[in-house]
Write a protein of this length. Sequence first.
Lengths: 351, 266
Amino acid sequence: MYKKLTFFCAALSCILLGGCGSQSGENGVVIVYNWGEYVDPDTLDMFEEETGIKVIYDEFETNETMFPKIEAGAAAYDVVCPSDYMIHKMIENDLLMELDYSKIPNAKANIGAWYWEQSQAFDQGNRYSVPYCWGTVGILYNKTMVDEPITSWAQLWDETYKDEILMQDSVRDAFMVAEKTLGYSMNTLNPDELQKAKEALIAQKPLVQAYVIDQVRDKMIGGEAAIGVIYSGEAIYTQYENPDLEYAIPEEGTNVWIDSWVILKDAPNKENAEKFIDFMCRADIALKNFEYITYSTPNDTARALIEDEEIRNSPIAFPDLTQYDNLESYVYLGEDGDTLYNELWKEVKSY
Amino acid sequence: MKYKKNILAAPYVLWSALFIIIPLCMIFYYGLTDKSGAFTMENILAIASVGHAKALWRSLLLSLISTILCFLLAYPLAMILAGKKGNQTGFIILIFILPMWMNFLLRTLAWQTLLEKTGVINGILSFLGLPPLRIINTSYAIVLGMVYNFLPFMVLPLYNALAKIDENIINAAKDLGANKIQTFFRIILPLSVPGIISGVTMVFVPALTTFVISTLLGGSKVLLIGNVIEQEFTQASNWHLGSGLSIVLMIFIIINMLVTALLEKE
C-alpha cells in the first residue's frame, strides 16, 4: 500500500543523500537511528576518527514513532536501536537483516550470556539483534515529598499524592503499570482484563500531574513531582543530580527490557553498520557510553572495568533479578493487539 | 500579453500542485481507504466514537474561547493603534511582533517553565505570601498558550482594517448627531468586518488544529483532536484513520469560513 509513497520518498532521500555526499567520510557513511540521548557523542567522534566512516545520527523518542518511519521507508537508515517487542515486530514485518557475527566479534566476546538468553524471547536464535542497554521500569520518588517508601504500583493510586504523580506517555508502559497493579500479565489480550486496566488508568487520571516521556527526569530533579514512572537507566542520573531521589522496583513486578542494535534489511551501508555495532560492543566504548547515559550495559567486560564499586554492584543498574519472580518482558501483540491497546489508550487520554 | 501572464503564474501553479493539491489528494486517498486499499467511510465516521468526539468537542470549545479572548484583547488595542499617528504606532506594533521572531516552540516551553508548580510565577507568588497558581496541565493553560501565541494574528488584520477607515466618515457620523457608542456600532465595527474575519480565521484555524500547545501546557492530559491525529500518524501508524479525522477537521474549518463569509455579505 505504501509502494508509491515509498518510491517517492526513496527518490527524495536519494536526492538528499546525494546532496550530502560531499560530507561523507573517506570510507562512506553509516546512518544511525537511536533513542534520544542514548550514546556518548564522543564515541561517535572516536568511531569517525578510527574508521573514517562518517556517522549520520538521528534520534527518536518512542518505539512507536520510530516504526512507521522505518516501515514507510521514509528515510534510509542502517542501524537502529529498538526495544525487545519492537524488534519482534520488525522481524515479523521482515525489516531486519540477519547478522553475521564473524563481522561483529566484540558482540559475542563481551556481552553476557544472560542477555543473549533473555533476547531469545523476541529474537529466536539471536539472529537479528545485539543487546546494547537493558533495565527495568520502576518508580522514582522524592524521599522528602512522600510519607513512606514507595514500594508498589498501587501507591500510584493513592489520593494523598494527587497532582504529584508523573506517568509515562506511551501506551505499553502506561498499561503495564495498571496491568501489574491488577495482577495481570503486561502482554494480556484478555478483553475483560484490558477493560479493567483501562478503568484503573481513567480512575488514576485525576491524580496524575502529567503524562510525559523524557521530561520525567527533569521534573523529578526539579522537585516538580513526588513520584514518577521511570526507566532504571534514568534513575541513576537523576540521583547524581538530586540525592533525595530513590528508585524502587515495585513488588507487583515490572518490565525487564532490552534495547538492541539491529541492521535494516534495505540498509544502504551494511558493512559500515556491522563495523559500527562492533565498535559499540568494544569494552572501552561500552564503558564510556554507560558512564555517559547511565543505562545498564549488558557488556560484562565493560562492567568489570567500572572503577566505582558502588556503581558496579548498584542495585539499580545491575539488580539481582533472581529475587523477583514476577518480572516480564513485552512481546509484540500483533497488529490487532496494537490497535486494541491504542484504542483503549485514546479513551484514557481523552477521558 | 496573456502568454506572459501565464509564465509568471507558472511557479505558483507548480508550488500549489506540489505542496497543496497532491498532499490534499493523498489525505483524501488515505482517509477514504482501508489498509487493503478498498474504499471505506469508516475513517470519517470514526469521529463519532467516544474518544474522538470528545477530543473534537474540546478542541472546538477551547479554540472558540481563545478566538473570543483574542478578539476582545485585540480590538481595543487595534483601535488605539489606528487612532495614533506615525512613529508611535510603529513602535507598539514592533513590540507585539517581537515575540514572533522567536521560535513558537520555545515560547510555549517558556510558558511551561513559568507556570510549573515550582516555576517562576509560583516562586514570586509564594515569596509575596500569595496562594500558588495551579493552571499548568489544565485547559486553562492551553487557552493561555493559544491566546498568547495567536494574539498577533488578530491584532494585525484588525489594525489594518481600522487604519483604512476614512476619518471623514467618522466625522460625518458625528456631524449627523451620532454619539460615540452609535458611531462605534454603526460605523467603525461594520467597516472593520473584513479585518475581523481574517483575524478570526487566522486564530481559530491554528488553534483548532494545534497539538503542540496541548502537549506542552496540558501535560498530555487534555487530548485535543490535533493530538489524536498526530498520534495516529506517529504512534499508532494508522495513516488511514489519521487522514480520515483530518478530513473531518477540514469540514469544520470550511464551516468556519462559510459562516464568516456569510457575515461579511451582510
